[in-house]
Design a protein around this ligand. Structure first.
Ligand SMILES: *Cc1c(COP(=O)(O)O)cnc(C)c1O
Length: 222
């Protein structure tokens, strides 16, 4: 195949379908989130023109700078926040995002609850779990999941599933399997797990949302 005809979006969708076939899953049950952090509008446009509508950003300010203009042309775009969120940005996040993957602590939960009430907007959230108990990583401790889910219920925040970023440079499968087990134990149906290097494994283990940047856009400059 020549490079001129290589279409990364097509290729990723083909790989998703192949993984789903092996896993005996319906490809419609796996949502591809195109991670467009650090990418310019010019880099994002070809994906929009190919029909991709779900995008992930890791910073509120970057999303605010980039997406309103793109959304005037593609109003059905859905934006997912996949990066760490500071409580003082909760209101802005609720205003611009359709889904938040990084809910991981009580203070943020309260700020999001307040913002959703004030804006009369209910934004589905994933509870991010620090699945490898790594000191420097975001995400709640496994032991804190039930209390955070109860607090989210009190705040009327719709928590639809669990999200994780497994430790780097180790086989991710056991961490994905553990996240799936924790979701099932807590009655949660959605799993945000799997990135460019490991989404096939994540799909085998039940991922419903995969977050892919590099494999769609190429290596990030930073
Ligand atoms: C950047 C990022 C991704 C995408 O990673 P790639 O390896 O480029 O596919 C996925 N999830 C989160 C939380 C990220 O910050």
């Amino acid at each position: 195949m020549t490079d001129a005809t290589f279409d990364p979006l097509n290729e990723i969708n083909r790989q998703i379908a192949a993984s789903c076939k092996i896993a005996g899953r319906n490809p419609d049950a796996v949502q591809l989130i195109a991670v467009s952090k650090t990418r310019s509008a010019d880099e994002i446009l070809p994906l929009l023109k190919s029909g991709q509508r779900v995008f992930g950003e890791n910073r509120v300010q970057e999303a605010e700078a980039k997406w309103p203009a793109l959304k005037t042309e593609f109003p059905d775009v859905q934006l997912h926040l996949i990066g760490q969120l500071q409580s003082n940005k909760a209101a802005e996040a609720v205003a611009i995002f359709d889904c938040i993957h990084s809910l991981d602590r009580l203070s943020l939960l309260k700020a999001l609850g307040k913002a959703m009430r004030e804006q009369a907007k209910s934004v589905p959230c994933f509870l991010q779990v620090n699945i490898g108990a790594e000191e420097q990583k975001g995400g709640c401790a496994i032991a804190d999941i039930p209390a955070l889910l109860a607090a989210a219920k009190d705040e009327s925040i719709p928590v639809i599933g669990l999200m994780c970023l497994p430790p780097a440079d180790i086989e991710p499968a056991p961490f994905f399997a553990l996240l799936a087990e924790l979701a099932a134990r807590n009655g949660l149906g959605q799993l945000s797990m799997g990135m460019s290097d490991d989404f096939g494994t994540a799909i085998m283990l039940g991922a419903t949302h995969i977050r892919i940047g590099t494999a769609l856009f190429g290596k990030r400059a930073v």
